[in-house]
Design a protein around this ligand. Structure first.
Ligand code: CA
Length: 463
């Protein structure tokens, strides 16, 4: 009895959160690129843009050939990734505006982000790069479970330090001014001097070395290769044979990311922590093409619910638990990252999540399908998508519901007329839709309208 009491006392002095952490909880690194085409990685067949380091993740682990994100543009896709929930569950069906006075322009603070959940179970957490989940002072990375932050709050950023002319958000006067503000480091503006992509990679490597004892979580959100197209000579010189000017700069930007990924993987090796570190690589949406990206053979681009908008380059490694050199062809989605973290870090999600732990489906331990259905909705454009097994029902710009077998017809060229599949998918969508909210804020498409109705949008007194 006395011993029991003693044990209880000891436990009472240990924070509850640490108690919940699993033994050998893995480090977790999410490497997210921005607007990278499905085909523009070596592991999906690119020879024009070699990505030997990104390919290391695939070789060490698994390539998801049917890896999806939950939305076809940046902001909502990130909101889904970070919460593990379809972002329409909390009304995040648009790309948010840069409006730091407006707490509706971001992920509602009551939503639990993966960073908050991991911090609660004792992880050291770092967000790097693009945020785009709310610039309001209560919605920034340090307020959303990140111990440290290095990057910018807006939906994009210029890459050369000489372009960063604004000191902070009090100086912004338009949506795109977020692209030219100085970088933030733990709430303070800094004078960074490196090419942006290199700076982001450097910060990830430093954190890995500093926190090598783990467990740690790094959300590394490169804005490359999102526009503006800007690259340094070092990377441009690697592509003397690409004549198309855009494609050449794009390739250089992807190559800069690849170097960064190489440095990160090397740092994990040097610290001897690769074995129990989960590393994900994926893009936040498909290539928009205008930045020189390539989604072949997928139909469509960023913004589409055709495969070209939502199926992305996606790979994962975790040497300790995932057999190397795998290709996995059943549909998975970025929402699974949250669910997988919950299982191995040992936390219980606060709300209903939509992803699943994907690890049991790998290693041939399970022949079941991770998801019976995956759903997409673009509210303003009335676009929808439903995927189940090989089939996908899509409503795109033409406003017509079309059924495809995306395994046999990856380019979605030949609509099928199978009434059973059609009705089944559509019925499931209607059921899913009942749990979703319409957007709760005006998005990027309403920039002018929003500024008119919010004349104080850029009256920002202090950061
Ligand atoms: Ca994007």
């Amino acid at each position: 009895m006395e011993i029991t009491k003693l044990i209880l006392c000891v436990f009472l002095f240990v924070p509850l959160s640490i108690l919940a952490q699993k033994k050998d909880a893995p480090n977790i690194i999410i490497i997210l690129t921005d607007d990278q085409g499905y085909t523009d990685v070596g592991f999906n067949g690119s020879t024009e843009i070699p990505t030997p380091n990104i390919d290391r993740i695939a070789k060490n682990g698994v390539v998801f050939t049917n890896g999806y994100v939950s939305y076809a543009v940046c902001g909502p896709s990130r909101a889904g990734l970070m919460t593990g929930r379809y972002q329409d569950r909390f009304g995040f069906g648009r790309n948010p505006l840069l409006a730091p006075n407006d707490i509706d322009q971001g992920v509602p603070v009551e939503e639990e982000m993966i960073s908050e959940a991991l911090k609660n179970v004792g992880y050291n957490t770092l967000a790097i790069g693009k945020w785009h989940l709310g610039a309001h002072k209560d919605q920034r990375p340090l307020q959303q479970g990140f111990d440290e932050h290095f990057g910018f709050l807006s939906g994009g950023h210029r890459y050369f330090p000489e372009d960063w002319k604004l000191n902070d958000l009090t100086e912004i006067r338009s949506q795109n001014d977020g692209y030219i503000t100085k970088l933030l480091h733990n709430g303070k503006r800094i004078n960074e001097t490196a090419y942006l992509t290199d700076a982001l990679s450097r910060e990830a490597v430093n954190f890995i070395k500093k926190k090598r004892k783990g467990p740690f979580f790094i959300y590394l959100a490169y804005n490359a290769p999102h526009s503006p197209l800007q690259a340094t000579k070092k990377y441009l010189d690697r592509f003397p044979n690409i004549e198309n000017k855009k494609r050449k700069i794009y390739a250089a930007m992807v190559s800069a990311v690849d170097d960064g990924v190489g440095n990160i993987l090397d740092a994990l090796d040097e610290m001897a922590i690769s074995d129990n570190t989960i590393v994900y690589f994926l893009s936040d949406n498909g290539g928009p093409l205008h930045n020189g990206s390539n989604n072949d053979p997928l139909r469509g681009k960023k913004g589409n619910v055709y495969e070209g908008g939502i199926r992305v380059p996606f790979a994962m490694q975790w040497p300790k638990n995932i057999k190397a050199g795998q290709t996995y062809a059943k549909p998975v989605i970025s929402l699974d990252i949250f669910a997988t973290a919950a299982e191995y870090a040992g936390f219980t999600p606060k709300s209903k999540i939509d992803g699943v732990n994907i690890v049991p489906f790998l290693n041939a331990k399970s022949n079941e399908t991770p998801h019976n259905y995956l759903f997409w909705r673009k509210f303003d454009q009335e676009k929808i998508g439903i995927r189940s097994d090989d089939f996908k029902l899509v409503k795109e710009d033409n406003g017509v519901l079309e059924l495809f077998n995306v395994t046999k017809d990856i380019s979605e060229k030949n609509p099928l007329y199978n009434k059973n599949h059609f009705n089944k998918l559509h019925n499931e969508y209607e059921i899913w839709l009942k749990e979703m909210l319409d957007p709760i804020f005006f998005g990027l498409l309403h920039n002018t309208e929003y500024s008119k109705s919010h004349p104080n949008r850029f009256l920002i007194k202090e950061e």
